[in-house]
Design a binder for this molecule. Sequence first.
Ligand SMILES: Cc1cc2nc3c(=O)[nH]c(=O)nc-3n(C[C@H](O)[C@H](O)[C@H](O)COP(=O)(O)O)c2cc1C
Length: 305
Amino acid sequence: MSGFSNPVFRRLCVRFGAAATVSEFVYSRAVLSGAEAVMKKLRFTEAERPYGVQLFGSDPSEMAEACSYVEERLAPDFIDINFGCPAPTAVCAGAGSALLKNPDRMAEIVHVCSRALKKTPLTAKMRLGWSESSIIVPEAALLLEAAGAKALTLHGRTKLQGYSGPADWTLIELCARSLKIPLIGNGSAEDLSGAELASSACSAFMIGRAALGNPWIFENMRRRMEGTEAFRPSRSQRIAVALEFASEMCSEGIDGVSERDFARALPQVMAFLKGFSGFKNIRRALSGVKTLGEVRAVLEREKDL
Ligand SMILES: Cc1cc2nc3c(=O)[nH]c(=O)nc-3n(C[C@H](O)[C@H](O)[C@H](O)COP(=O)(O)O)c2cc1C
């Protein structure tokens, strides 16, 4: 997720049960510029594997070039194409969910990108369609499969739905049963019961917002499918992981962050504490902090409550 998927968070997700992780989406043209800021967004460590780099764009040959560039320089486990982002940045560039209006162009992009890659599997992520009256699955998903996609993620909402309203798991299931390649179901998957997850015919599930401040969700989804009791981290466990997250975000090396990045990390630290009694006060205390030492002081105080 843009603004949230970083090496520290991805490592926590894997440690607590995620089967794979993905970078935030980056514009193929920006990748080709080789700008340090863009490449920094894509860097990862071994502990995040299997790890995929997600690209968005609208020009098939530029995207194919960006795929080769990423394959050569970063060697991720897969490269994913974004056909779902509803944000104006993507849509105005004719990319992301704008492409849901043009399944042939989506297929062309998948075709040229998968051919450009020497050994890295090409996957794609899409939504149901632009709007309720222009649903393109399963037909478009079948086109992408024929074009060379090795797996697909389907977010069961339309572009116009954005991130709210129910995801349509009936259409996700229809799509999963129509394809030969694995389908990864996405869209408030954490609201599904174990039986619903099992009957969806999906090979895996992608968790977005529910993982923020809650990397235990991955293990708990597995437990739900197995019918075993969920793991509920205690207050002190959550504070300990929040502290670990904050310190790693500030450590040097691959995850070295600037003051600006630090400010961006704070909402993620806060997310670990959501639901605590007195959360409003914690949020107020954290919103003014400037250094790791100050974050630590706030969290240590909470530990003792
Ligand atoms: C802040 C934010 C950033 C996101 N960034 C990306 C992104 O970079 N790439 C992507 O494929 N989806 C992105 N998404 C969409 C999520 O991956 C996911 O498809 C969506 O939130 C639905 O899943 P959920 O109900 O589990 O959150 C983003 C969503 C949010 C809320």
